[in-house]
Ligand binder design. Sequence first.
Ligand code: 13P
Length: 342
Amino acid sequence: MFDLSEVARGLVAPGKGILAADESNKSADEKRLAQYGIPVGPEMRRQFRDMLLETPEIEKYLSGVILFSETLDQKDDEDGLYFPESLKKRGILPGIKVDEGLEPFPDSPEETITKGLVGLEERVLEFKNKHHPGFTKWRAAITIDGDRLPTTRALVENAKRLAIYANEVQKAGMVPIVEPEVLLDGNHSRLRCREVITKTMQALIAAMEDQAVDMGAVIIKTSMALSGKGKDGEGKNGSVHADTPEEVAEDTLGALMEAVPAIIPGIVFLSGGQSPDEAIANLAAITKAAHAKNVPWPLTYSFARAFQEEALIAWAGKHENVPAAREAFLKRLEQASAALVG
Ligand code: 13P
């Protein structure tokens, strides 16, 4: 029987991190392919994943990749292997998103709650038995609006669902990534974001204690503490001023140190709509400050957009552009890995 905490530690091994490639079919079509003028549908999604996942040498920088269910049953171009097999062959652990997306929270419909607890046990066991992933992900989204949102109820209900999910996944023999993403949209300050990350993590830790989650075998995925980027995402990082990487590091680590116990084996960051340069510069500053402060957990990346954006532009859905797209992708992985040195 393998040790789940060892799997968790492997995901945050030195110099390595995670690629999030688990966009649902709808998000992959609308927010990735169509966004860059690329045709949509299952075959284009397969080619999109092939472009990223079959990039030579990604195993130097990736411990794991989070996949969406459709990708588990798709094969790569070069060897005709199912993607999870192809990843494992190179020593990269495949993971699987098991939540079923967001819906309005009935108690406070401007906020969201994550669906997917119904039938979760069966779904998780089926993934485990058929595809043998080592880990899973569940994402909640937390909205900030001044002092009004998030409501405590939304925080508590999202935390409870994350904890129930985490317990279920550990019972099935996989490591859960718990991701309560504090959204970047809005006009809030970085300090307000720090406060919300702190409260979100406190609610999450309390809920995981309630659900008897093994804290030594769970990975936390979090946003960085950043100023809101405007109501519709227009405007650059903040209505007041752009955050410096040192400010981001100070407030991100401040929030995590206030709420997350040392037993947690690793914390990974999402990119959240930052540009690749911003996400990597902030990650580097966070790592540097983390070393100086002697934080108890390994920290690394689990980006989607900051790793994919330039590769998608270079690829444009055309076979002949795959080498250029892979070069752009690999370059960002290499920079993110170098940022972990601190
Ligand atoms: P971004 O890095 O694009 O924020 O995505 C990470 C992720 O997994 C969101 O669920």
